[in-house]
Design a protein around this ligand. Structure first.
Ligand code: NAP
Ligand code: ZN
Length: 352
């Protein structure tokens, strides 16, 4: 077994503390990874604090993992020790169903295995995520990182924030000539702006934080709307092909639906602890608009996104933190005070 340093909480009210546990020795198709950095997703907070229900404790979050391969099982051919790799939100799926066959393992009909909060495919045990210094993952769920090594920390957030925005942008065919809104300029939203811009769309950022206006433009937005200003919202009525809604709190969806043009879609990726107020169907009916949702992305499209980002020089804007500062980072995330993703430097984990 592989001795591993982690950080865990034992209940929704707990603070993070060191947690030592063991990872399995790599099986024939496994890749063993030394985790160098792990991004901090709002889903980590929702899960650790039990906001979605169903959290299994002890909980070791973290699904924006980047690191270096340390060993591979005997049948692994695509990875070798020393290579830089990433692991996102999933570490397993049934590999047999229609969704898995299409490379959409996140929608596995038999249930995918999350990188944390399990259950594993065989025993149903809990899985422990990237707030730890080692992980062992079957090779199908490991992605290659082709960025320069100095960029590695800022690549971490691509593994969730990047793919969760990339997948709907691609599914809804975002490209030149399309007007795309990104609501909520946090971890996901800031990647949504960068990716939509790189795909050639006209990008409008929606924020509740007027202080993020200049940043949103620097991230690549062509325009910025303060979503609490009714006049600013109305100026964009019936004009969007797609709005990507990453907001992590319940809010009025009607004011966004009214901004979609005929056949436009708003895709929800934020998962607030409490439901949104129900939208008025009239906004959907009158212009055949769609209200949709999207879950992370499959492994082939995660590799596609990583390669696109490497080619276009795209990484996340990050603030590096030490492992022991994770509770304070969560508190700041709740105040929308992150520019724009915390990343844990895993070299700090053994400091306690
Ligand atoms: P984040 O960094 O905290 O960003 C969320 C942003 O939402 C904030 O920066 C803020 O942007 C806006 N916001 C927060 N509270 C608000 C409020 N009360 N009213 C209006 N806007 C508010 O979170 P994240 O990591 O990007 O995650 C966003 C959500 O997506 C979370 O619920 C997370 O669990 C979920 N998620 C879903 C998937 C998926 O597969 N669907 C994957 C990953 C994460 P402004 O300051 O610009 O308003
Ligand atoms: Zn995430």
């Amino acid at each position: 077994m592989i001795a591993t340093n982690g950080y865990a909480v034992d209940s929704p009210e707990d603070r993070f503390h060191p947690f030592r546990f063991e990872r399995r020795e790599p099986a024939a198709n496994d890749v063993a990874i030394a985790i160098l950095y792990c991004g901090v997703c709002h889903s980590d907070l929702h899960t650790a604090r039990g906001e979605w229900g169903g959290t299994r404790y002890p909980c070791v979050p973290g699904h924006e993992i980047v690191g270096e391969v340390t060993a591979v099982g005997e049948s692994v051919t695509r990875f070798a020790p020393g290579e830089l790799v990433g692991v996102g939100c999933m570490v397993d799926s049934c590999q047999r169903c229609g969704a898995c066959a299409e490379g959409l393992e996140q929608y596995c009909e038999n249930g995918m295995t999350g990188t944390y909060n399990g259950p594993t495919q065989d025993t149903g045990d809990n899985t422990y995520g990237g707030y730890s210094d080692r992980i062992v993952v079957r090779e199908e769920f490991v992605c290659k990182v082709r960025h320069d090594r100095e960029q590695l920390a800022a690549v971490g957030p691509l593994l969730c924030a990047g793919i969760t925005t990339w997948s709907p942008l691609r599914h809804w065919n975002v490209g030149p000539g399309k007007k795309v809104g990104v609501a909520g300029i946090g971890g996901l939203g800031h990647m949504g702006i960068k990716l939509a811009r790189a795909l050639g769309a006209h990008v409008v950022a929606f924020t509740t934080s007027p202080g993020k206006k200049d940043d949103a433009l620097a991230l690549g937005a062509h325009e910025v709307v303060v979503s609490r200003e009714k006049g600013e919202m109305k100026a964009h009525a019936s004009s969007f092909d797609l709005i990507l809604n990453t907001v992590a709190a319940p809010h009025n969806l009607d004011s966004y639906l009214a901004l979609l043009k005929r056949d436009g879609a708003m895709v929800m990726v934020g998962v607030p602890a409490e439901p949104h107020p129900s939208p008025a169907v009239v906004h959907l009916i009158m212009k055949r608009r769609t209200l949709a949702g999207s879950l992370i992305g499959g492994i082939p499209e995660t590799q596609e996104m990583l390669d696109f980002c490497a080619e276009h020089g795209i990484v996340a804007d990050i603030e590096m933190i030490a492992m022991r500062d994770i509770d304070a980072a969560y508190d700041r995330m709740l105040k929308s005070d992150v520019k724009y993703r915390f990343v844990i430097d895993m070299a700090t984990i053994a400091e306690g």
